[in-house]
Every structure is written in structure tokens, then in C-alpha cells.
Design a protein around this ligand. Structure first.
Ligand SMILES: O=C(O)Cc1cc(O)ccc1O
Ligand SMILES: [Fe+2]
Length: 475
């Protein structure tokens, strides 16, 4: 697609830094100096503030950006509700604002989700809510999505969500994302975050379909986890987060006979309902911006993994890339955790994850390769599939993985090295419900997940039960 005022090298240039205060100008002089809202901003631009927190949020939490654009975002006719076109879209992000969630204690696992085989499905129509908790109207909770698309959004279309910040995990195929702030190329093993309200469009690269996972945060924002005794570097380092540079469309001359400019379609996700409007000017008209509220991407290959070099399997919190804290310190609304290739050297240690029941819910996906606690292959935990271990649902290695690890020679092993494996987890303090799409429509639930995984766990008990009982009785 044509890129105005912007060559390809420029398109893939980024600004670096997490939560930094950044600025970008596509035309020198677009940003006013020492001033946010002069009487007449430079170059005849409009100044527009985009707030990511309440005006009065404390400085360390305050997020906002000043946009200098050709026309303000408010210049559009009223939105109208976009009704589902067919029953197959009933659980598309927001076609119904009251999607029923089913809360069930069973362990769940899904085969890889289908990439669309027919029709034109773009990022917005291919975004399916699979699980969630809370309510966007109260700014509480989160939504978990699977997306797949076989076509780019129109270059005259933009989407935004008023419901929350969207963390996108690319699993298959690349997403070339145009945002109001500029372009972001997101490849498999990369993630991006599009903040609440930011308008964007998603293109395929070389027409290759895309598939992945996403988490929408109805409350707060992602931040980097504390490092505590790890020190001042490690895990995801701030300079590896990349944000776009400004890029804009110039006003289009009227194209049709009657002098009307071409229409742009804007779709808003608002309380999980979709609303549309059409306007005659490009929403991608931001010539310069400055602030700390912007979309960003991160290459998971840059994650500096820390692990045990003595004994015992540490908590997976050491693999946290981003965390969205709740008001209770240490308890996250959502953590984004990865399991990248790493060396395991623990002595006298059962190396895969232990069996456990967690007060947090654990939704997992697999970007590529395999996961050391679960067998792969058909009916296993496979790239593009998912699992959900809800609050207090017992889980751990399947019987086969347990026996393997119990008898393994404990020499140093690079886990996940062969397939450059990377599983991830959306861990939340909320109990999450599963949608009808997740339970039925997608038709990917593995009915035998629990029995295949744990039906065959063996008794290894070596205590002498009878004699012990006898002893206890004599006492
Ligand atoms: O359940 C899982 O597979 C995820 C997980 C991994 C780990 O190393 C420790 C705890 C945990 O929940
Ligand atoms: Fe777990």
C-alpha cells in the first residue's frame, strides 16, 4: 500500500524505550516548542490531547500524548451500531455487548485455531473473544482473544477500542500495523500493545494469513515487573521496547465527480459492541506527537531469561515480560509471561513445572516449538492452540512428561532449544469465563484433555502402608 511522505526505511524505524516520554515529527517544526496548545499550532495543525489516565493521576502513573494533526478526531458523523451480519460472527469482538461467559472448573485445552479458509476475514472480523472477566464499563477485568485473518483491513479503514489496551501476540504471519502514531511491523515472536483509543489498521504482509492471541486490559496499563534482587537489568529491558515514528496522510483532493472526498470507515469497540461511522478525512493525519501514551512492540527474543542455577523449579513469575498490576501490590490483573528456550541445570530437581493449584487463572498459548510439561503432536499442546487452567484447577505435567522428568539424567539441558520454543501465559487474579465461541463455535476443545494428561499418573508410593497402620493402631 502507498505510504505518504515516508519511505520504507523510515517506515520500519522506531523510537526506543519503555514508558519514556518521546516525541516524533514527520515534518520538522510540527511540534510547538515549550508549549502544548498555542493559539495557532505550527503548520496549521490542530492540537489534540489523548489521555491514557485521569488528568489527576499521580505523575508516575500519568499517561498522555499531544497529537498535532490535520483535523481533530471528533470530526465525524455519529457512530451507529454495527449488527452481526451472520450468526457466525456472533462472538466477534463486540458484535454483542452481552456475551455470556461460562465459568467452569475443568482444565481446558484447544487444538490450533483455524485460519480463515473462505471469505475475507480481516483483523477486526477475525478477532474472537475466547475468555474474559469483569466489565469494560467499570474498567475492571480483561478479555482474552484469538485472532486470525486472511485479508488486510482496507487502507481507508481504522479501528479503535474504548474498552482497553490490547496486547497482541503474533503467532503465525506478520502484522503490518498502521497507527495514528506511525507504523509497527509485528512478526511471530514479537508482541505489541495498542493503547485504548488509538486508531489503527492491520495489514497482512505478502498476503500471508495471520493468527495469534490477544489480551485486552479493561483497567490500568502494562508495565515492567520489579526486578528486586535481580538488580538493574534483566528480563525485558526498557530500551528494547520500540514505538513508531510519526507518519501521516496529506488531505486528499476531492476524487469523485460531485467533488466529494473519499470516505473513511472508523470502527469503534465500545463496551464490547462494534460501532461504525464514515468520515471524509484520514484518521492517520498526525504530523507530530509527544507524550508517553503510545503503541509499542517488543521482540521476545530479546528477553533476558533468569533461572535457577542450584536446585528447585522457581515460580514462573521470573519469566514475566509485562505486568498489569491491580491495586494490591504483587497481585496482577494480568501478567504476560513467556517460556523461552533456556538452560536447565538444577541438581536433584524435578525440572518441569510442579503439580499445582493456583489462586490465579492461567491461560496459555504456544507461539512455536513445544512445551516441556506437555506432549505435542495431535491432541497435545501445539503451536496455535491454547489451554486454560482456571482458579484452583489442578494441573501440571502430563503423566508421560512426569515419568520422563522423574527418570531424566540431570545433566545441563537446553529446554526448547531445538524448535526455538516459546509458550506464553496470560495469568490473571480474576476467575475467567469462557465464551460460547471458545466452548462450542470454534470446535477446537480437546474433550479428552484431562484424561489423556493425568488419567494415567502412576502411584509411586513406597511407604509400607499396612505396617504403618498397625503401628499407628498400637499407639
Ligand atoms: O502451568 C503451567 O504450565 C505454567 C507454569 C509453569 C511453571 O514453570 C510453573 C508454574 C506454572 O503455572
Ligand atoms: Fe500452572
Amino acid at each position: 500500500m502507498p505510504v505518504t511522505k515516508f519511505d520504507v526505511m523510515e517506515k520500519y524505524r522506531y523510537l526506543n524505550g519503555f514508558n519514556s516520554y518521546l516525541e516524533s515529527e514527520a515534518v520538522p517544526g510540527a511540534l510547538p516548542i515549550g508549549h502544548n496548545s498555542p493559539q495557532k499550532p505550527p503548520l496549521g495543525l490542530y492540537a489534540e490531547k489523548l489521555s491514557g489516565t485521569a488528568f489527576t493521576a499521580p505523575r508516575h502513573e500519568n499517561k498522555q500524548t499531544w497529537l498535532y494533526r490535520i483535523l481533530p478526531a471528533c470530526s465525524h458523523p455519529p457512530f451507529t451500531s454495527s449488527l452481526p451480519q451472520s450468526s457466525s460472527t456472533e462472538t466477534t469482538a463486540g458484535s454483542s455487548s452481552k456475551q455470556q461467559l461460562h465459568y467452569i472448573p475443568n482444565q481446558l485445552r484447544w487444538d490450533p485455531f483455524d485460519e480463515p479458509s473462505e471469505g475475507e476475514i480481516d483483523f477486526v472480523s477475525g478477532l474472537k473473544l475466547i475468555a474474559g472477566a469483569g466489565d469494560p464499563t467499570l474498567k475492571q477485568g480483561l478479555g482474552i482473544y484469538i485472532f486470525s485473518a486472511n485479508s488486510s483491513m482496507s487502507s481507508r479503514e481504522a479501528f479503535y477500542s474504548a474498552d482497553g489496551d490490547l496486547l497482541i501476540v503474533a503467532q503465525d504471519g506478520c502484522l503490518d500495523i498502521r497507527t495514528e502514531f506511525g507504523w509497527l511491523l509485528v512478526r511471530p515472536m514479537e508482541i505489541c500493545v495498542i493503547p485504548r483509543g488509538v486508531r489503527y489498521q492491520v495489514h497482512l504482509v505478502e498476503n500471508k494469513p495471520v493468527r495469534g492471541y490477544a489480551l485486552e486490559l479493561y483497567q490500568g496499563h502494562f508495565t515492567l515487573p520489579e526486578l528486586g534482587p535481580i538488580g538493574s537489568n534483566g528480563l525485558a529491558n526498557p530500551r528494547d521496547f520500540q514505538c513508531p515514528v510519526a507518519c501521516f496522510d496529506e488531505p486528499q483532493p476531492p476524487s469523485s465527480q460531485d467533488g466529494e472526498a473519499t470516505e473513511w470507515k472508523i470502527t469503534a469497540k465500545f463496551n464490547n459492541g462494534l460501532f461504525v461511522t464514515e468520515q471524509k478525512h484520514s484518521p492517520f493525519d498526525v504530523v507530530g506527537w509527544h507524550g508517553n501514551y503510545f503503541p509499542y512492540k517488543y521482540d521476545l527474543g530479546r528477553f533476558n531469561t533468569i533461572g535457577s542455577i542450584s536446585f528447585d523449579h522457581p515460580d514462573p513469575s521470573i519469566f514475566t515480560v509485562l505486568t498489569a498490576p491491580s491495586d494490591h501490590i504483587g497481585t496482577a490483573v494480568a501478567d504476560f509471561v513467556i517460556f523461552p528456550p533456556r538452560w536447565l541445570v538444577g541438581e536433584d530437581t524435578f525440572r518441569p513445572p510442579w503439580y499445582h493449584r493456583n489462586t490465579m487463572s492461567e491461560f496459555m498459548g504456544l507461539i512455536q516449538g513445544s512445551y516441556d510439561a506437555k506432549k505435542g503432536g495431535k491432541g497435545g499442546f501445539v503451536a496455535g492452540g491454547a489451554s486454560l487452567h482456571n482458579v484452583m484447577s489442578g494441573h501440571g505435567p502430563d503423566a508421560e512428561s512426569y515419568e520422563g522428568a522423574r527418570n531424566a539424567d540431570l545433566k545441563p539441558v537446553k529446554v526448547g532449544g531445538e524448535g526455538n520454543s516459546c509458550a506464553f501465559m496470560f495469568e490473571s487474579s480474576f476467575m475467567v469465563g469462557v465464551t460460547d465461541w471458545g466452548l462450542k463455535t470454534c470446535a477446537k476443545v480437546q474433550r479428552e484433555y484431562s484424561s489423556h494428561s493425568w488419567g494415567g499418573v502412576k502411584v509411586h508410593w513406597t511407604g509400607e502402608t499396612k505396617e504403618r497402620n498397625g503401628y499407628l493402631l498400637e499407639e
